[in-house]
Write a protein that binds this ligand. Structure first.
Ligand SMILES: *Cc1c(COP(=O)(O)O)cnc(C)c1O
Length: 412
C-alpha cells in the first residue's frame, strides 16, 4: 500500500492505493462506506498505444482531462511523449512527473509570469495564442526568444460536438490574417490549432475545421509548419456511441495531406477524453431510495460533475450477489451534499429492485470525473483501488474497430 499526492498538489487529502483486485464486485464485498475510485492502468495503456500507433501524427495528452501522476506515467510508458498543459501548475506537475516529456502550453490566455517560468525554468517552447496582445505577451515573457513554436488558435464550429468550445477562444474567421502574419515573423515554427469541442460525434467536425484552416492559410499566405487538430476525440457513453476512431484519423489525415503546407509540416492532436475516459470508474453506495430516485454517496461535487451540470450519462452496473434478475428501470441520482443541484438526471438503467445498501459501479469516469472532485460539505473520498477487469465500455477492445458496447448501455 502506498500513498500519493493529489495531482496538482492542491489542498486535498492523500489517496490510498490498495492492491489490485478483480473488479467492482470485489470492492462491494468489502462494504466501503465512502465512494471508491477504481483505476484501470491497462485501459489507459491500450488507449495510449492506439493513439501512438494509429494517429497519423503526434498525439499529445491534454492534461486537464485527468492530471493524475499515475496516469501520466502510464501514458508515457505507452508512447505518449508530448503533453498539452494549460496552467503553470500543470506545467510543474508534468515537468516533475515526467522530466523528459515535451510540454506545450496550449491555453491561449496565459499569465506573463507563467509563460516566463514555463520558458526559462521548464524548457517549454510551444505556446498557443489567439490575439496580438497574447503574442506580445509571449514575446515579452520569453525576451523575444527565437526558438518558439507559436500556434495560432482558430475559432471553429462545435456543431458536431456534445460540449462546445467555440465561444471562448480562437480568432474568428476573417480576422486571422494579421495575427498569422505577425506570429510568422516572431516564430521559429508557425502552427495553426483549433478545438472542435469535446466528444465530437463525427469525423466531419475535423473535416470542416480543416477547411477553415485552409482558408486562413490561403488568406494570410504564410508558411505553416504545424497543424494541430486539438482534442475532441470521443469515447463511448450511453446514447453516445461514436464511429471508430480510425475513421476520425483517416478523415484528418486526408484533410492534412490536401492543405497548402510544406512537405515537412507536422500533424499534431491533443486528445484528452479519449486517452483517459476508460481509466477509472467509481463504486458508490445507495443510501436511500425514493421511488425512482437513488441517493448515492458521490455526486456533482465529486466525480459526477458532468452528470449533474451537463446531463452526461454514464454506464452503470449494480454490484450485487447474487446478481439481480429483475429487468432494468430508469433511475436518477442525488449526490450526498445538501445542495439541490447535486442531482444527476440520467436516466441510469439499473435493475428495478435496487435498494438501500446496494453498490453501483459508475463507469467511464476517467475523463473530467476524478479531475473535478471537491470536498464540499465534507463528502468525497480519495480511496483508490487498481483493478484489472475490463472497463464497462471500450473503444479499444474490438479489433474490428467498432466500439465494444456493454449490454447495459441501452439507447433510450
Ligand atoms: C480540453 C482541451 C483538450 C482536450 O479535449 P478532449 O475533448 O478531452 O479531447 C485539448 N486541447 C485543448 C486546447 C483543450 O482545451
Amino acid at each position: 500500500m502506498h500513498k500519493h499526492h493529489s495531482a496538482l498538489g492542491l489542498a486535498k487529502a492523500q489517496s490510498t492505493v490498495l492492491p489490485t483486485v478483480g473488479g467492482g464486485i470485489d470492492i462491494a464485498r468489502r462494504n466501503p462506506v465512502d465512494p471508491v475510485t477504481l483505476i484501470r492502468p491497462h485501459a489507459a495503456a491500450r488507449a495510449a498505444r492506439f493513439f501512438a500507433e494509429k494517429f497519423p501524427g503526434r498525439s499529445m495528452y491534454a492534461v486537464k482531462a485527468n492530471p493524475s501522476p499515475d496516469l501520466l506515467q502510464v501514458l508515457w510508458d505507452n508512447g505518449i511523449t508530448h503533453y498539452d498543459v494549460a496552467s503553470i501548475a500543470e506545467v510543474r506537475l508534468v515537468a516533475r512527473t515526467l522530466p523528459d516529456a515535451t510540454l506545450c502550453f496550449m491555453h491561449p490566455v496565459k499569465a506573463e509570469e507563467a509563460v516566463a517560468e514555463a520558458y526559462f525554468t521548464h524548457g517549454v517552447r510551444v505556446f498557443s495564442l489567439d490575439s496580438i496582445e497574447e503574442l506580445d505577451k509571449v514575446m515579452r515573457a520569453t525576451r523575444n526568444a527565437s526558438d518558439l513554436t507559436l500556434c495560432v488558435r482558430l475559432r471553429v464550429s462545435s456543431e458536431y460536438s456534445k460540449l462546445s468550445l467555440a465561444s471562448k477562444f480562437g480568432v474568428a474567421p476573417g480576422e486571422s490574417k494579421e495575427l498569422l502574419f505577425a506570429a510568422r515573423q516572431a516564430a521559429d515554427a508557425l502552427g495553426i490549432c483549433f478545438h472542435v469541442g469535446s466528444q465530437a460525434m463525427t469525423p466531419d467536425a475535423y473535416a470542416q475545421a480543416m477547411e477553415r484552416v485552409r482558408a486562413a492559410i490561403v488568406e494570410a499566405a504564410v508558411t505553416v509548419d504545424v497543424i494541430d487538430v486539438g482534442g475532441g476525440f470521443p469515447s463511448s457513453y450511453p446514447g453516445m456511441e461514436p464511429p471508430p476512431l480510425e475513421r476520425f484519423f483517416e478523415t484528418i489525415h486526408r484533410a492534412f495531406e490536401s492543405l497548402p503546407i510544406s512537405y515537412s509540416a507536422e500533424l499534431w492532436a491533443e486528445p484528452g477524453r479519449a486517452l483517459c475516459a476508460e481509466y477509472s470508474s467509481v463504486v458508490v453506495r445507495v443510501e436511500r431510495r425514493r421511488g425512482n430516485e437513488l441517493y448515492i454517496n458521490d455526486g456533482a461535487y465529486g466525480a459526477l460533475f458532468d452528470a449533474a451540470h451537463i446531463g452526461w450519462r454514464f454506464p452503470v452496473t449494480l454490484l450485487r450477489e447474487p446478481e439481480s434478475t429483475v429487468r432494468d428501470h430508469p433511475f436518477s441520482f442525488y449526490g450526498p451534499t445538501c445542495d439541490d443541484m447535486d442531482h444527476m438526471a440520467g436516466p441510469f438503467l439499473l435493475p428495478a429492485d435496487v435498494q438501500v445498501g446496494d453498490y453501483i459501479e459508475i463507469g467511464m469516469l476517467g475523463a473530467y470525473g476524478a479531475a473535478m472532485r471537491t470536498a464540499f460539505n465534507g463528502f468525497g473520498s480519495e480511496e483508490t483501488v487498481i483493478v484489472d477487469d475490463e472497463p464497462m465500455v471500450s473503444l479499444y477492445t474490438d479489433l474490428t474497430g467498432h466500439a465494444g458496447v456493454a449490454s447495459n448501455v441501452v439507447k433510450l
